[in-house]
Ligand binder design. Structure first.
Ligand code: SF4
Length: 400
């Protein structure tokens, strides 16, 4: 039970004094003022490069109105405020994937998230539905850490030492469609941070070992929650023969963890947990399982973004929450829960820089093109890849 600690004036004072973390503006800078624009998709017409906030809002709303019920906009929890305000549905990748699978009526699904999420929506949606990713450069650094060739090489090496047949490949949702397809055709499965525990139970009921990629931390934290000792979870280094282990060591492993991580969640530290507890007595520390094992152990609770949002929404007024996840979500939770103290564990945390690439100018561009009957940034997964990836995704959707 959360300790009731802060009165309303105290909360207001605290929130005002951590405003660098919780104040998020709907103000939109033109694309050309964004320092990251050099890395973003450049073939957006130049007329969109200098549009400011008000004009973008008006034009996006006009295009949405013109498209009506043919359009649905999905927004991931980590999206910036000036995007999430247009989302018809918001959620984590699991919830949004379920949404795409269950709503055949939407002709255009504009996915405000990152590349792998839009791929999953394309795979799970119907053949008449078109998925659009507003900025094709919105990827995920964690997903990029598991190169399909490296994973295939790992699988081949496990086969050489006789372990592949006793191993279930499990990929986190944050991976390319080709890796989901790899899991689909090798009796494997996809998981999200919402259902990783249930997925690992499913996998261990089939075989004695799991190859988990790309996020070592979600794999380790989930395995530890199931009681698997840390020394039975080995990290596979794709640059070394047998991932840097002996065959005997791998035989003893219950989970082989890919050497991947999320750069956003790696910023949270045990020291920050200690500092939050010292500064705000009674605070509850709530983190995402992409954080390190040490941070998860130091926290009070951990779970998916849906779990984080629900836990804070249901918490008693006056309670205090130090949250270890992406800053756009933490800021939104702080605003949506003004009767509680909600702040980010990391005082200088940055947003997910790839999610941030979904700038309103891109949303405006793709919607106006759709309103004129033209499809741009249409994301299509190659059919054979989609077929196998769908098998792994559907296994995931069936596991509770
Ligand atoms: S927060 Fe991390 S895992 Fe999520 S999209 Fe950004 S880089 Fe990828």
């Amino acid at each position: 039970m959360v300790t009731l600690k802060y009165t309303e004036p105290e909360l207001k004072w605290q929130i005002d004094n951590i405003s660098c973390q919780t104040a998020v503006s709907l103000e939109t800078e033109p694309l050309t003022s964004e320092p990251g624009f050099v890395l973003w998709q450049k073939d957006i017409p130049k007329e969109y490069w200098s549009l400011g906030g008000k004009e973008l809002v008006d034009r996006i709303n006009a295009a949405k109105a013109a498209l009506g019920s043919r359009l649905v906009i999905l927004g991931h929890h980590y999206q910036r405020e000036d995007i999430i305000q247009f989302a018809d549905f918001k959620g984590d990748s699991f919830k949004l994937a379920q949404w795409a699978a269950q709503r055949p009526e939407a002709e255009y699904i504009v996915f405000c998230g990152v590349h792998f999420m839009a791929e999953a929506a394309d795979i799970l949606s119907g053949p008449h539905q078109k998925v659009v990713l507003p900025n094709m450069a919105a990827g995920c650094t964690m997903a990029d850490m598991a190169e399909p060739d490296d994973v295939l090489d790992c699988w081949a090496q496990l086969g050489e030492i006789g372990l592949a047949d006793a191993t279930v490949p499990v990929t986190y949702m944050n991976s390319t469609a080709s890796l989901k397809a790899f899991c689909g055709c090798n009796d494997g499965i996809v998981c999200t941070s919402s259902n990783a525990g249930a997925v690992l139970k499913w996998a261990f009921a089939k075989r004695e070992r799991v190859l988990f990629f790309p996020d070592q931390h979600l794999g380790r934290n989930t395995g530890a929650k199931m009681g698997i000792p840390l020394d039975q979870m080995l990290v596979w280094d794709p640059d070394q023969r047998l991932g840097g282990h002996t065959a005997e060591e791998l035989v003893g492993a219950r989970i082989i963890l890919w050497r991947g991580w999320c750069s956003v969640h790696m910023r949270f530290t045990v020291e920050q947990v200690g500092a939050a507890r010292a500064k705000y007595p009674g605070v509850k520390v709530l983190v995402h399982p992409e954080c390190t094992y040490e941070v998860v152990q130091a926290a009070d609770l951990n779970g998916s973004t849906e779990f984080i949002a629900r836990t804070i929404a249901e918490a008693p007024p006056g309670s205090a929450w130090a949250v270890g996840t992406e800053i756009n979500l933490v800021s939104r939770l702080a605003r949506e829960n003004p009767d509680k103290l909600v702040f980010c564990l990391d005082p200088v945390v940055c947003p997910c820089s790839t999610m941030y690439r979904i700038h309103p100018a891109y949303l405006c561009w793709v919607l106006e093109e759709l309103a004129h009957g033209r499809l741009v940034n249409h994301l299509v997964v190659e059919p054979e890849t989609a077929r196998w990836a769908k098998i792994a995704l559907e296994r995931m959707l069936e596991v509770r």
